[in-house]
Ligand binder design. Structure first.
Ligand code: BES
Ligand code: ZN
Ligand code: ZN
Length: 497
């Protein structure tokens, strides 16, 4: 499905998506649908509420012509997210009606500027169109091939084209991330993840270096190796670099993604139900790879390094065990009380590597880290732990721009006591309570006071069902919010509405 900005007539396409606000005044409604809308409103069949959909069909010479009325709610309440959700719904209807091409009429808004309107329409439709069908023998071809956005004011056209270009890059990066998460662990192991990262690097324009087991050992990444050693599939350390701001060489944003290509729990084994979706335990890695792709392709003026410690958490005679005391690249010792709390053990070495070897001056780690974040926030919101409120404010801005919801959790010193061990420097679990916070703070012990954000995407990286613009399975969570975080740092977007 491809998008164009083009002013075609209704007769030149199979259908028209016509947006309507709940409080649209008569004169704003085009003659082509006015009498219909009047009647529908009087009959109480269509009010224009956000996401409401009503369609009519007219027989024409060589087929049918559809008009889809799409509600956008109250004018002042409009947001990018309302637009994404509404157009995702419209796209699903367009597919159900088997339309090949459709016109999307642009609308005016004081709340959401033209760039963000274009982006939101595109994202809503294109992300709703994605489906992981690689392993289906019979694929269901989507009918819809072309979408034409029409009715953009002449003075807005350049901005709209620009926004469409950016939206295309961002959505393709999200889809790359979804593809990585959806690929089963029998195909996507650490070696394959590294290969895919390399290919994506080539395509989008960033450098990828991959270290194998011997080098990981040589670097002293003991904690990472302890998790990795139970699997017959060797680990990889994936390092991605993009330098877009040569003038500020010391400013380096470090992105660290959890890259467990499979998490069985190890000897603290998971029940089957909890294990079936654990191919998604590299959702953080997918997020940082997707973010690198979009940052590089858009040539943002920023320096970014991304690090993924990729491995599998398995059971074997070589695997680490509950009760073991292990070391880490930073030299701190850790008492392993639960082998299923493995993500943090890989992340601390990756974070330490990013700071020590790649000179990251700020760190964001992204990880499918705890089941507890699902209990606390459900699957709509990413939980955040930070040591720096200003950095969190920047993330909130990126959240607003991307529509990816975040919520800050408390990080008081009292919580830090919960991960102190009597026989080692730290222990890898903090007990039943406050699981997301203690997991985050465990990583925080390794950030050397650099500004740091920890994003627990265990609830948001995976969707059990198809929802609006989220497909079933990997959602690509993290890609867009990280992109906007980087973009906010690289420049102030002129349009913030
Ligand atoms: N990968 C899991 C977390 C997870 C759970 C991700 C559900 C996605 C959905 C992580 O490695 C894990 O097992 N965490 C444990 C920590 C516990 C042992 C302290 C958990 O959440 O149960
Ligand atoms: Zn685990
Ligand atoms: Zn895990």
């Amino acid at each position: 499905m491809d998008f164009f900005i083009r002013d075609l007539n209704h007769t030149e396409a199979d259908g028209l998506i016509y947006p309507l606000f709940q409080d649209d005044s008569e004169e704003n409604i085009c003659g082509c649908v006015k009498s219909q809308v009047d009647k529908l409103k009087k009959a109480g069949k269509f009010k224009g509420e956000a996401g409401e959909l009503f369609y009519t069909v007219k027989e024409v010479e060589d087929g049918f012509q559809y008009t889809l009325l799409l509600g956008l709610g109250k004018k002042e309440a409009l947001s990018s997210e309302t637009i994404r959700l509404a157009y995702a719904k419209a796209l699903k209807k367009v597919k159900e009606l088997k339309l090949n091409n459709v016109l999307v009429k642009m609308f005016e808004s004081n709340e959401v500027c033209i760039k963000r309107r274009v982006k939101a329409i595109y994202e809503g439709m294109i992300l709703a169109n994605y489906k992981f069908d690689k392993y289906l023998s019979e694929k269901k071809e989507s009918s819809i091939k072309e979408v034409f956005i029409k009715g953009i004011k002449e003075e807005d056209k350049v901005k709209a084209e620009e926004a469409l270009g950016e939206a295309k890059v961002l959505a393709s990066a999200v889809i790359e991330a979804r593809e990585l998460v959806n690929e089963p662990a029998n195909f996507l192991d650490p070696k394959e993840l590294a290969k895919r990262a390399k290919n994506i690097g080539k395509e989008y324009g960033f450098q990828v270096e991959v270290h194998e087991k011997d080098k990981i050992e040589e670097l002293g990444m003991h904690s990472f190796m302890e998790v990795a050693k139970g699997s017959s599939r060797d680990p990889r350390l994936i390092v991605m670099r993009y330098f877009g701001d040569e003038a500020n060489k010391e400013d380096i944003l470090g992105l660290v993604g959890k890259g467990l290509t499979y998490d069985s729990g190890g000897y603290s084994i998971k029940p089957t139900d909890g294990m079936v979706t654990m191919k998604s335990d590299m959702g953080g890695a997918a997020a940082v790879i997707g973010a690198m792709a979009s940052i590089a392709k858009m040539k943002l003026k920023i320096n970014v390094v991304a690090v993924v410690a990729a491995c599998e958490n398995m059971i074997s005679g070589k695997a680490y065990k509950p009760g073991d005391i292990i070391s880490s690249m930073a030299g701190k010792t850790i008492e392993v009380l639960n082998t299923d709390a493995e993500g943090r053990l890989t992340l601390i070495d990756a974070v330490h590597y990013a700071i020590e070897k790649e000179k990251a001056s700020k760190v964001v780690d992204v990880a499918t880290l705890t089941g507890a974040v699902l209990v606390a926030l459900g699957n709509t919101t990413t939980g955040v732990v930070t040591n720096n409120n200003d950095f969190y404010k920047e993330l909130e801005k990126a959240s607003e721009l991307s529509g990816e919801k975040v919520w800050q959790l408390p990080a008081f010193d009292e919580y830090k006591k919960l991960i102190k061990s009597d026989i080692a420097d730290l222990k890898n679990i903090g007990g039943r309570n406050a699981g997301t916070i203690t997991a985050g703070l465990f990583i925080g012990e390794f950030v050397q006071n650099k500004p740091w954000l920890h994003l627990d995407i265990a609830g948001t990286a995976w969707s059990e069902s198809e929802k609006e613009y989220l497909s079933k399975g990997g959602t690509g969570a993290g890609v867009r919010i990280l992109y906007y975080l980087a973009k906010e740092k690289s420049c102030k977007e002129s349009c913030n509405k």
